[in-house]
Design a protein. Structure first.
Length: 201
């Protein structure tokens, strides 16, 4: 579906948007600057923890690495781990056909949703490799299906993508579909603060 069916109703600074989230919303962040991206991710998580939401952080880094970075950012890990509010999942890269990646990514999401009761919020993505055609097509289908049934998640989600790592031949179609299947899109460039666009379909 083309972006012509979308109309941005608001344009905000990324952190202004993140700090204003107070209801279930499916957002996506495209970034070129990892430091700025982490600030936004951890702010999103910390805001949820302060509201006693159960927060899921999905990564391909080790749990210890992410825990150290969150602690350096000022997140009281012991407090939130003890209250079972913070959950860090290290996922391995799924490789193979589009259907194999898609089916396994769906299983991962189902298991996390079953294990972590609402209210909840999540940041990350389950299809870790978007540098291949099979990975990017699986990611599109996964995001479409998740967005269609988003109300059942009962929480806020921030999907994150390093823009430079997207498979080039499918990049235009992928970006159009990803934006369409989210309520808001954040763009974090290397220079400047970026912007957050909130869409109506």
């Amino acid at each position: 579906m083309g972006t012509s069916v979308l109309a941005a109703t608001r344009e905000l600074e990324p952190l202004e948007y993140i700090n204003g989230i107070n209801k279930p919303v499916h957002s996506v962040m495209f970034y070129n600057d990892e430091i700025k991206s982490r600030q936004i991710e951890y702010t999103f998580i910390l805001n949820g923890l302060k509201k006693e939401e159960r927060c899921i952080y999905i990564t391909d880094e080790s749990t210890n690495q992410i825990a150290a970075k969150m602690k350096a950012y000022g997140i009281n890990l012991e407090k939130f781990f003890d209250k079972k509010l913070l959950h860090i999942y290290q996922l391995q890269k799924l490789e193979g056909s589009t259907n194999y990646i898609l089916n396994n990514a769906r299983k991962i999401i189902e298991e996390m949703v079953n294990d972590i009761k609402p209210p909840r919020r999540a940041v990350g993505r389950t299809v870790r490799d978007t540098t291949t055609k099979s990975g990017i097509l699986a990611d599109i289908k996964l995001e479409e299906g998740f967005h269609e049934s988003f109300s059942s998640f009962n929480g806020a989600v921030l999907c994150i993508y390093p823009y430079k790592q997207i498979e080039p031949s499918q990049k235009e179609r992928w970006m159009t579909d990803i934006i369409y299947n989210h309520h808001a899109s954040l763009f974090i460039p290397t220079h400047g603060s970026g912007k957050a666009l909130v869409f109506t379909h």
